[in-house]
Design a protein around this ligand. Structure first.
Ligand code: NDP
Ligand code: HSE
Length: 431
């Protein structure tokens, strides 16, 4: 780059995040120019609908022609904010191959293709930065890449989906309806363009794959991670959780165990006093445990236009400084592949909610199924007897048990004629 020339930035996408990035690059233009010693200028914006007016973006910059941006030799930094896998993956690949720096907030792409794209960026001597792909405003990618390098990371425990945390908080605090809470999260710009990715735990799985690959320096793919979403939770699960002294959160958990790496995303009971249990609304939190630093907690807004913009613009500034000063991002390359330990080997405590016939001897039959699978019951409550249907609800908390044993015991319990329904079962975590 010539010593006095501006740094040229092109945006792919001008939606919730892209719109925020364009706005802030405009509003803070002078401050960023002082910081960098030269202007940072947006020279192109790719969208689907070029006719829509977009606040803070000059219409002459807007295009639906990706080639106009990707083949522009003067563009230094491509900022990908389209979402979803394609065409984002192709555009990022094209930009890196052309020797451009790339900033992205795309967890789908980074979780599935991050390791190949990072290798491509090294090959072309440019950086691929993706801080906003996980937990938006919270700095977590850069600390894992740099500040925690001296550690062997032992575990990650996180709330990394703002939409579901917002929904769960509304359901547990205000007794809100699931669909209403999701609509609010969409209106606030938190949800993915396909919100099923949020509520089914897919977005959190992508993010955990990105974090775990970095933390353990081994490729952890989304498919390696066990996943459950929040759609099976009922209002009564929140009531019982509270009664037992727990909150319900969608957790993303990964840890080094003797045989490899165990990684999972699912709703879980968390003791009400645990730090993650107090992370409410759109807040995210990531707890990282390292052999030297012990447990370190990060917390902050996990979704929304400005929260994501904060991280994207920081990456743009970082890339611009590298372009100007010749400095390169610290790359922590993945080491040998690690064994992924199957979910069936998990050992934890469980909450089980059942609808049963309200008649003598039922509890003994259920206890026998659990006992035969070596599952010890910690407590049982009988709730909400339905006199007309002659059914009762049983809530069971177990001591620690193996996932495989719990699954097979639940199959046996379900087959009992006295059991009408297994309403839900959730893991109890104490990270
Ligand atoms: P939006 O759906 O709000 O915006 C997407 C933008 O990309 C729109 O401007 C859209 O154009 C444009 N676009 C989409 N597909 C194409 C295409 N094929 N060709 C040209 N333009 C296209 O998404 P968000 O801003 O919410 O999310 C962007 C990325 O940021 C995603 O990867 C998301 O996961 C991530 N992210 C989102 C956060 C949030 O809180 N929303 C937080 C952190 C990360 P048009 O405007 O014409 O429709
Ligand atoms: N849909 C995502 C969330 C956006 O709700 O967390 C931030 O990545």
């Amino acid at each position: 780059l010539a010593s006095n020339s501006e740094v040229q930035v092109a945006l792919l996408g001008a939606g919730v995040v892209g719109g925020g990035v364009a706005r802030i690059l405009g509003e803070k233009r002078d401050a960023f120019a002082r910081l960098l010693g030269r202007p940072l200028t947006v020279t192109g914006v790719l969208v689907r609908d070029a006719d829509r007016a977009r606040a803070g973006i000059e219409p002459r910059l807007v295009t639906t022609d990706a080639a106009r941006i990707l083949e522009d030799g003067d563009v230094d930094i491509i900022v990908e904010l389209l979402g979803r896998e394609q065409p984002a993956l192709d555009y990022i690949t094209q930009a890196l191959t052309a020797g451009k720096y790339v900033v992205t907030a795309n967890k789908d792409v980074m979780a599935r293709h991050g390791s190949r794209l990072l290798a491509l960026s090294r090959q072309h001597d440019v950086d691929l930065l993706y801080e906003a792909s996980v937990a938006s405003a919270i700095p977590i990618i850069a600390p894992l890449k740099r500040d925690m390098l001296s550690n062997r990371i032992l575990s990650l425990a996180a709330i990394i989906n703002g939409t579901t945390n917002y929904i769960l908080t509304a359901m547990s605090r205000e007794g809100a309806d699931f669909a209403d809470a999701l609509r609010q999260a969409q209106d606030l710009g938190y949800a993915e363009s396909n919100p099923a990715n949020d509520v089914e735990g897919e977005d959190a799985r992508f993010k955990l794959a990105i974090l775990a690959s970095l933390a353990f320096r081994a490729p952890v793919r989304p498919d390696d991670i066990y996943r459950e979403g929040i759609t099976q939770l009922a209002a009564k699960d929140f009531r019982y959780a509270e009664e037992f002294g727990y909150a319900i959160k969608l957790l993303a958990l990964a840890r080094q165990v003797p045989d490899g790496i165990q990684a999972r995303v699912h709703p879980a009971f968390l003791p009400i006093g645990a730090p993650l249990a107090k992370v409410d609304g759109v807040l995210n939190a990531v707890q990282v445990e390292g052999d030297l630093m012990g447990r370190v907690n990060f917390q902050g807004p996990g979704a929304g236009s400005l929260a994501a913009t904060s991280a994207v613009v920081a990456d743009i500034l970082d890339a611009a400084q590298s372009i100007i000063g010749g400095r390169r991002d610290v790359h922590s390359e993945e080491e040998a592949p690690s064994k992924i330990v199957p979910m069936s080997e998990l050992v934890t405590r469980y909450y089980i909610r059942l609808t049963v016939k309200d008649q003598p001897g039922v509890l003994a039959q259920i206890a026998r199924c659990l006992g035969e699978a070596q599952i010890s019951i910690a407590s049982v409550l009988q709730k909400e007897t339905n006199v007309t249907a002659r059914t009762a609800e049983l809530v069971i908390m177990t001591h620690e048990a193996r996932e495989a044993s719990v699954q097979s015991a639940l199959t046996a319990v379900h087959a009992l004629p006295v059991v009408e329904e297994i309403g839900n079962f959730l893991r109890v975590e104490e990270p």
